[in-house]
Design a binder for this molecule. Structure first.
Ligand SMILES: C[S@@+](CC[C@H](N)C(=O)[O-])C[C@H]1O[C@@H](n2cnc3c(N)ncnc32)[C@H](O)[C@@H]1O
Length: 200
């Protein structure tokens, strides 16, 4: 286990240090099965945002499926890693902070993986509010949610009831299943869920 100076996961330096030292226990190294199943089942070519994309394997996969994908990360080291990996899709990755980023075109889907659980619990309300602002009624929040109650993180797990309390004012859940191919840090506690934005 390497040693790190940065201690605040709300700051880009925390994540950059970990990418630079190649310490990324969250990194799936590819596209999760449940996302692949979702893409295979949906004829719609979504306009999607991937907040906190990390290496962003999903960017190439979704772009090749015909989606219009923008991926953002506020860590310059994460953006560099993603751009180096993505080849022709590198320009789809932008260095930006999720809380201030404004998409160039309206979104209809936000893909979540290991972003909510990357940030301290006192930031979650803000994340959910931004998800709701960025999606029109009918828009989808689709991805992976990590359920756990360990006080220390990241990853910061959520309780099922807390996720519902945060999301149900603005979203309704339309899919829920246990992830079958989680990396070990999330194993058995990660679920694929799709939430639909409801009218204000
Ligand atoms: C645990 S990693 C997950 C990366 C990727 N989603 C994955 O599944 O491998 C969390 C990522 O969120 C990024 N991040 C954290 N806060 C952010 C913010 N406010 N804006 C943009 N990116 C952020 C970090 O730099 C890091 O790359």
């Amino acid at each position: 286990m390497p040693t790190f100076e940065a201690r605040d996961p709300s700051a880009p330096a925390f994540w950059s240090e970990r990418f630079e030292q190649n310490f990324m226990p969250w990194d799936r190294g590819g596209v999760p099965d449940a996302l692949q199943r979702f893409v295979a089942q949906t004829p719609q070519k979504h306009v999607a945002l991937i907040p906190g994309c990390g290496v962003g394997y999903e960017v190439a996969y979704l772009s090749e499926a015909g989606w219009d994908v923008t991926a953002i990360d506020f860590s310059p080291a994460a953006v560099a890693a993603a751009q180096a990996m993505l080849g022709p899709w590198a320009s789809r990755v932008v260095e930006a902070d999720f809380f201030t980023f404004v998409p160039k075109i309206p979104l209809d889907l936000i893909y979540e993986r290991a972003f909510l659980c990357a940030l301290p619990r006192d930031r979650w309300q803000q994340i959910v509010e931004r998800w709701a602002e960025l999606l029109p009624p009918g828009g989808l929040l689709a991805g992976f949610f990590y359920f756990d109650d360990a006080p220390k993180g990241p990853p910061f797990g959520i309780a099922p009831a807390q996720l519902e309390a945060l999301l149900t004012p603005s979203f309704e859940r339309i899919e829920d299943s246990l992830a079958t191919d989680s990396v070990s840090v999330f194993s058995g506690r990660e679920r694929w869920q799709v939430w639909r934005r409801i009218a204000r």
